[in-house]
Design a protein around this ligand. Structure first.
Ligand code: HEM
Length: 461
């Protein structure tokens, strides 16, 4: 049963099975679409326990227990192998994957790179990338049909390219884009080897292709870094390219004065490209889909965008209040990272539950954001929950699209700003109308995406 009133719009989502799945069924669904594994009790219980072949697993959606795992005792809950393999395959040296002191050092160095002021300074390249897409859509002619999900992947990769390397990727951008697509289609499936805790040196399907793709990325990025090093050595400080790459090469650890090594810079560029690309693209795709279904909210977004785009660009995203509420509601219903997982290092207690060392802890934003005890009309689309006057009613720890605690998403402001700007640039120019027989369904791969894309007709306003 989905929970909403008759007058509400409840977007497509699997109906949770009434009973828990048996192990074989669980394996099949995990591989096919993990969203379909969550049975009804998970959406009601604060903490649910189940057994995996190699350990106990706890599904934790109780705010005090979430706080314990992610904020109060995070050293006891490390990123577990499943999450690392799914989210960060091949990215072994970047912030998403490293642990302990290496993580602390990188996080300290990278925090200023994603500070609000820096992110604000990327407003112009974000508007430029959105305008470039709008111009391409205009060239397609009236009534063109596009896959909006793929188009959003294009624009978010473009935003990253413009903000990381303001002087371009060099070589063939199309080839780079194709490699990115191949990377995302190779990783992201939870398989039987992962669930049985089979060590990482045992190759998974697609492993050889992944190695090949990673070698290609590393080659392209090393060339860019080398060129930039040469350029920074010769130009005056005020002629340095104003982008993430310069910031990464120049950043120092505030405590030790240490810089990132070139290998760490390369890994972090790859990490940003992979962590920031599909996540933001899917946020935009779902927002556009939801707006196409609810004309009242679509009109409000268009009205706000028309008003705010006619004002100076500085702080544009901060003024897009309604647009931001729609994006946050899309992130609630379809969180791109649908589940976070951790492995317990030592014994601990979560509520009344005893957690043994080696237990798997899963906090699933998809379940948390639709939890019956935490949200009213949990399956209904209602962006007004996120308008400033109502925000205070959202329980703490009930909304975690970017995680929380020390390992919270470092790119959250970047992503929210980018999504708001892209939506605000496109909405007043195009009505994006879903094709009548389009089959829209959420599929969890690495990110939560529309399974068959989002075929939409573009009507110029
Ligand atoms: C809507 C878009 C995004 C969503 C929903 C999202 C979600 C998340 C989540 C849930 C985590 C925490 C994982 C955990 O605790 O296990 C995370 C971490 C991270 N994200 Fe994002 N992300 C988004 C965009 C971005 C962007 C744009 C970037 C960079 C350009 C980025 C870079 C990272 C990095 C580097 C980490 C690891 C942080 C650490 O471990 O210290 N993300 N993201």
């Amino acid at each position: 049963m989905l929970h909403c009133r008759e007058s509400d719009y409840c977007p497509p989502a699997p109906h949770p099975p009434p009973n828990r799945l048996g192990f074989v069924e669980l394996l099949i669904k995990l591989r096919r679409n993990p969203l379909e594994c969550w049975s009804a009790d998970f959406f009601q219980e604060p903490i649910a326990k189940f057994r995996l072949p190699f350990a106990d697993a706890f599904l934790v959606h109780h705010p005090p227990a979430i706080k314990r795992v992610l904020i109060d005792n995070p050293k006891n809950y490390r990123k577990d192998p499943i999450q690392r393999r799914i989210l960060a395959s091949g990215l072994s040296e970047g912030l998403l994957s490293v642990e302990g002191e290496r993580w602390e050092l990188q996080r300290r160095i990278l925090a200023p790179v994603f500070a609000r002021r820096t992110v604000n300074s990327f407003t112009k390249p974000m508007i430029a990338a959105a305008n470039e897409l709008a111009a391409r859509w205009t060239r397609l002619g009236p009534g063109a049909v596009v896959d909006v999900a793929a188009e959003m992947a294009l624009v978010t990769l473009n935003v990253l390219a413009l903000t990381i390397f303001s002087d371009g990727i060099g070589g063939d951008f199309e080839e780079f884009r194709a490699a990115m697509k191949a990377y995302f289609s190779t990783i992201g499936r939870i398989g039987v080897l992962d669930l049985f805790g089979v060590p990482k040196f045992v190759p998974r399907p697609g492993y050889r292709r992944l190695r090949h793709t990673m070698a290609y990325f590393e080659g392209v990025i090393d060339t860019i870094i080398h060129r930039r090093d040469q350029r920074l050595a010769t130009v005056a400080a005020n002629d340095e390219p104003d982008d993430l790459l310069t910031l990464l090469l120049r950043s120092l650890d505030p405590s030790t004065g240490r810089q990132l090594s070139r290998a760490e810079v390369r890994s972090n560029i790859l990490t940003f490209l992979s962590a920031g690309h599909e996540t933001t693209a899917n946020t935009l795709a779902w927002s556009i889909f939801l707006l196409s279904q609810v004309p009242e909210w679509c009109s409000r977004v268009v009205e706000e965008a028309e008003r705010e785009l006619s004002n100076p660009a500085d702080d544009l995203a901060d003024r897009l209040i309604v647009t931001r509420a729609v994006i946050e509601e899309a992130l609630r219903l379809y969180p791109p990272i649908a589940a976070l997982s951790r492995g317990a290092v030592e014994a601990d207690k979560l509520g009344e539950m005893l957690v043994k060392p080696g237990s798997l802890i899963v906090i699933a934003p998809y379940v948390l954001h639709r939890h019956r005890e935490l949200w009213a009309r949990p399956d209904a689309f209602d962006p007004s929950r996120f308008l400033p006057e109502n925000r205070g009613e959202i329980p703490r720890f009930a909304y975690l699209p970017f995680g929380i605690g020390p390992r919270t998403c470092i790119g959250s402001s970047f992503a929210l700003q980018e999504a708001a700007i892209v939506l605000a640039v496109l909405s007043p120019q195009f009505e994006m109308r879903l094709l009548p027989h389009a089959d829209v369904w959420p599929l969890q791969r690495i990110t939560l995406r529309p399974a068959k894309g989002l075929p939409m007709r573009l009507i110029q306003r």
